[in-house]
Design a protein around this ligand. Structure first.
Ligand SMILES: Nc1ncnc2c1ncn2[C@@H]1O[C@H](COP(=O)(O)OP(=O)(O)O)[C@@H](O)[C@H]1O
Ligand SMILES: [Mg+2]
Length: 228
């Protein structure tokens, strides 16, 4: 496994210190994440498991910097030194549909590479390769609306892997796939991570998916229990 990826060193990719995320709606408030501390280092494979509503999506969004904590601090020590690499250092597979409707499957997969400055020819080649790896190349010229939920999830995985992130955050990426296809997708994600040395955190309900990971983090009502 490579020690460095995109110039990022071995310091923790992300660290959370006493982080909370509280949502307010009218008079009520929900503590989706409550006083969580954790860290992810290069190459780690983590399953984030817990009942629906336990805070998995909120924690992934905090660790990826998509939302700010309402208390506590999230830092990305290994990424701060190389600003140019910041955008391509983290990648998400979202729980909800996230492909852009007007773009074809191929264009959707190329987009993050083009946005982070990759040349068009290389972006196209890599997008085609990633789609091939998840069995979606035959649908490259289709629009997202022509895909099933499971097919869209596989494209979203190809898109996330295409930028070769240092940290991949995947939110129930097999939720709409049958068991066999789901496990194949997890294998593809882990093979890609082996190749680049990326860290992977996958939120999942599936114990078979969790069993493929090195360690399991369990969430319950916003609290995190970390097995080492
Ligand atoms: N944008 C939001 N506004 C209000 N409440 C939210 C929002 N997002 C999540 N929640 C609430 O926070 C809790 C945790 O949600 P979430 O992080 O999506 O958990 P999980 O991914 O484990 O299902 C749930 O009670 C959910 O209803
Ligand atoms: Mg969720």
């Amino acid at each position: 496994m490579q020690a460095e990826i995109n110039g990022i060193d071995k310091k923790n990719l992300v660290e959370a210190f006493a982080v909370s995320c509280t949502y307010h709606a009218g008079d009520s408030c929900v503590a989706a994440v409550a006083d969580v501390s954790c860290a992810i280092a290069a190459g780690q494979r983590i399953a984030l498991v817990g009942a629906s509503g336990s805070g998995k999506t909120s924690l992934l969004h905090l660790l990826g910097g998509l939302i700010s904590p309402t208390a506590g601090t999230v830092r990305w020590p290994a990424m701060e030194t190389k600003q140019a690499n910041l955008l391509r250092s983290r990648s998400f597979i979202f729980q909800n549909p996230s492909l852009l409707p007007p773009l074809t499957i191929l264009e959707n997969t190329e987009l993050p590479m083009l946005l982070t400055g990759e040349g068009e020819a290389l972006a196209r080649l890599r997008a085609q390769n990633e789609l091939e790896q998840v069995g979606m190349i035959a649908l490259a010229n289709k629009l997202p609306e022509e895909l099933s939920g499971g097919q869209a999830q596989r494209v979203a995985a190809a898109r996330a892997l295409s930028i070769r992130p240092a940290l991949l955050l995947a939110d129930e990426p097999t939720g709409q796939l049958d068991r066999q296809t789901g496990l194949e997708l997890i294998d593809r994600i882990l093979r890609a991570a082996d190749y680049t040395g990326a860290a992977v955190i996958i939120a999942t309900h599936d114990e078979d998916v969790a069993a493929r990971m090195q360690r399991i983090w369990r969430m319950s009502r916003g609290k995190l229990e970390v097995d080492h």
